[in-house]
Ligand binder design. Sequence first.
Ligand code: ZN
Length: 427
Amino acid sequence: MIGFTGGDNQGIIGLEVKYEEYLKGVNGKILTTTDARGIELNGVAEDRIEPVAGKTLQISMDYNVQEYVQQEAEKVMEQKQADGVSILLMNPQNGEILAMVNVPEFNLNDPFKLIGVEETEAAALSAEEKQNLLNQMWRNRCINDTYEPGSTFKIITASACLEEGVVSVTDQFSCPGYKIVEDRKIRCHKVGGHGAETFVQGVQNSCNPVFMEIGLRLGAERFCDYFGQFGLLSLTGVDLPGEAGTIMHKREDIGLVELATMTFGQSFQITHVRMAATVSALINGGRQITPHLGVRILDKDGNETYKFKYKEKSGIISEETSATMRTILESVVSEGSGKNAYIEGYRIGGKTATSQTLPRSANKYISSFIGFAPADDPQILGMVIIYNPQGVYYGGAIAAPIMREIFENILPYLGFSKDPQLKREEK
Ligand SMILES: [Zn+2]
C-alpha cells in the first residue's frame, strides 16, 4: 500500500508512486562560475537555489487497525497453512480505507529481498528472473489481482433482483439440491437440498437454486445492465497504481447457463477492492464511492494545503432496496450461514463465500467473508480472503470467525459500543 522509493528517491510502487508529485520536493542547486575549462573561479559569488522538502501526505489508514489486522492475517495463514490472506477494511460511507493487508508480505525497508527464497537460490537467479519474482512479490492482491468471488456476489444478484421487483422477501422457493438449466444440472452446495424456503431463507442458506431462479427471472440483458450500473465493469479509481479490471463474458455470449452461474459469483473475475466498493454502495443507500487512502496534503508546519475530493454517484440502487439488503444480510449473520461472525451486542451484516480456483481439478479454494457494522447504519466494511486453506475450507467456518475477531476488537476502538439490549433470538 505505502510502497517504497528507488535509488533516486523516486516512487516505485504504492502511494509513493501515486503521490510522487507531492512527496518528492524540489532538488536544490548551487550555481558556480567557471572558466572555459570548467575550473571554478574564485572570488565570484555563487548562487544557491534552496531545496524544497516534499510535502506530507495524510492517509486514512489507521496504524493500530492496520497492525492488528496484519497480525490476524498472519495468524490465520499459519493456522490454515494457506498460500496467502488478504484483509481490507474501509468506510462504506466515504470510501476511506482503514487497513489493507496482504500476507505473506515483504519488508518495506528491504524491498529487494525475496521472501521464501534462500540467499544462495536468489544469487543463482538471472537479473530478469529476479525482477519477475520481485514484481510478483510486490503485487497488492486487493488491487492488482482478480478472483472469482463466489457466494459473496449473491449480495449483488439479490440487490438487482429486489430492485427490479422480480423477487420479494416473502417469495417461496424449493431446493431439491440442484437446478436444471438447459441441459445442465447445476448443484446447490447442500447435496440433499434446502427444501422449502423463503427468499430471505434462501440468502441465509446461500442456496444456489434460489439465486439461479431469480437470475433467470431477471434475464441476461437486465442482469448485465445492473452489472454495469453497480460499477462492476469499471475500475473503482482507488488511488493506488495497477488496479486490475473485471474479466467478464461478452454480453452476446451469456446464455442461460452462464447467467445461472454468474448469479452465484462464478465464471467471471473481479478485484477485492471492486467487490468492496460495490457492496458498500448497495448497503449505504445506493451511493457509489471511490475507495481511497489519500486524505490531504500538509506543508512542513502541518497546515493543510490541499484536500482530495473523490467521485461519488448516488442512486445506483434505491434507499428502500438498500435498507432491505441490510436487514437480510444482518439475518445471514444472526441466523444464517454467516453466524460465526455474530457478536452479541453488535449488529453485524455479512455474507460468506467458498469458491474453487481454476483449474477445478486442482481442488484449491478461496474462502471469504464480507461483513459490515453497524448493520442498520454501516460505518465499517471488511473483507477477509483466505487463499488455498488446508483442511476445512468453508468461508463460513474459517473466514467469518476472523471477521468476528477483527470487529470485536476494532469496533470499541473506533468508538462503537456494545448495546446490552441486543441479543440473538432463541430459536
Ligand atoms: Zn439449496
